[in-house]
Write a protein that binds this ligand. Structure first.
Ligand SMILES: [Mn+2]
Length: 424
């Protein structure tokens, strides 16, 4: 389904007086409000193709209704999100779940919906039907060279699909590691992984990047071969200038200082970008900003400060992706909430009084530094996000529009109740 522009305009019209009042109040407190609004309009968050269906856990999956049953329908769903918020203008595909049958047709559909193809993701964490060798004991790290070769070839295949669609990056997340002490020689596992990544790196087109994602634990519970940002950075440094470290918010041990990790990776020019989600315990894949919104703000604060220090373009120089998927919400509503949380944290970071913060830091005025950050965090900037949406032609309140227009009900009518999105 396609959302008619006049429906959005009609909805915005009904809410414009209330919005205007709230926006003018917020805008009066922000010096460079026009500049901030333009940055918000430019900022786009990629939606992963696997988040459009209800996620499962290892205990079960409770499928929703009207889920996208094909790549075309997944694009259609991201197109819906983008029409509602004008901040979801890209899709991140997962191979082999989303192999296009007709590149030209898929590209044409994406262009019509205003969508770009973000990083493509390989999958060596599960065995596919008709696969010759198993990844049970790892892929790029495997003790058997033939398994490594198969995994390398898969990644090169993923690059080819991505190149056809106009993607510019490959994300490699490895489930490789070990579950028990003694299972693995750490050094050999690292070397095998490095050599495998070097072969993949050699196959990258000139204008491509490779993102090396790390994860502290799960599915392996004793060691992970790319277990933290230090290990990822080691690989990225050894690989070369097209290799970067990807930070997934859920892939750390509890209480890790992610904002500091981000700051240092940016300083080194090795931060690829993000997989946004939120978590209480581990890799919970919950809606962005649902558990620790202050942490998200602190991360964006470092991002804005670090990107500005390097003269980077906020919208295009890093990869911004959501990586979340779970059991209990409508996936489209969940994604609207996630994008909103990201935009809000970004807006807050853009409005931090940086001059005063720097002065407080230089004077060791700890109290003032905390006040500056918390003052920004506690300022309600939702009308600012809404204004950016309004100017971009999106809905003032995407979630409310989604519900009032009964979009899920319409999707169920079109697709039925039994469709299941490809993925886990
Ligand atoms: Mn991830």
């Amino acid at each position: 389904m396609i959302i008619e522009k006049n429906k959005i305009a009609e909805f915005n019209g009904l809410h414009s007086a209330d919005h205007k009042r709230k926006f003018e109040f917020v805008a009066s407190g922000i010096q460079n409000v026009e500049e901030v609004l333009q940055k918000l309009i430019d900022f786009q968050v990629a939606i992963p193709s696997w988040a459009l269906g209800t996620g499962g856990t290892r205990f079960g999956r409770f499928a929703g209704a009207g889920e996208p049953g094909s790549l075309e329908q997944k694009l259609e769903d991201v197109g819906l999100l983008h029409a509602l918020n004008q901040s979801s203008g890209a899709i991140s595909l997962h191979i082999p779940w989303d192999i296009p049958e007709n590149y030209a047709a898929i590209k044409a559909q994406a262009a019509q919906l205003g969508l770009k193809f973000d990083a493509v993701n390989s999958n060596t964490f599960q065995d596919q039907k008709d696969q010759a060798l198993s990844y049970k004991f790892g892929s790029l790290q495997h003790v058997n060279k033939a398994v490594r070769k198969q995994a390398i070839e898969h990644n090169i295949e993923v690059i080819k699909h991505g190149a056809e669609l106009g993607s510019k990056a490959l994300t490699v997340w490895l489930a490789d590691g070990s579950c028990f002490p003694g299972q693995l020689n750490f050094r050999k596992a690292f070397q095998n992984t490095l050599e495998s990544l070097q072969e993949i790196y050699a196959a990258l087109p000139d204008d491509w990047k490779v993102f090396v994602e790390y994860k502290a634990f799960e599915p392996n519970f004793y060691s992970m071969t790319v277990g933290d940002w230090g290990q990822s950075l080691l690989y990225a440094n050894k690989l070369g200038p097209k290799a970067y470290t990807l930070v997934d918010l859920g892939h750390h041990l509890p209480n890790a200082n992610i904002e500091q990790i981000v700051s240092l990776l940016l300083m080194e020019g090795k931060l690829a970008g993000f997989h946004f989600n939120d978590s209480k315990y581990g890799d919970d894949d919950l809606t962005v900003g649902s558990i620790k919104p202050y942490q998200l703000f602190l991360i964006f604060n470092e991002l804005v400060e670090g990107m500005d220090a390097r003269g980077m373009n906020h919208a295009t120089d890093l990869g911004w992706m959501i990586d979340a998927s779970h059991n209990v919400k409508d996936p489209l509503e969940d994604l609207l909430q996630s994008v909103e949380a990201i935009m809000l944290s970004y807006a807050q970071a853009l409005t931090v009084d940086r001059k005063s913060l720097n002065a407080a830091q230089d004077a060791n005025d700890v109290v003032a530094a905390q006040e500056i950050l918390q003052n920004t965090f506690r300022t309600d900037l939702r009308p600012l996000i809404a204004e950016a949406r309004l100017r971009g032609g999106a809905a003032l309140n995407p979630l409310q529009f989604f519900r009032e227009q009964k979009i899920r009900e319409q999707l169920i009518k079109e697709r039925g109740t039994k469709t299941i999105a490809t993925g886990l």
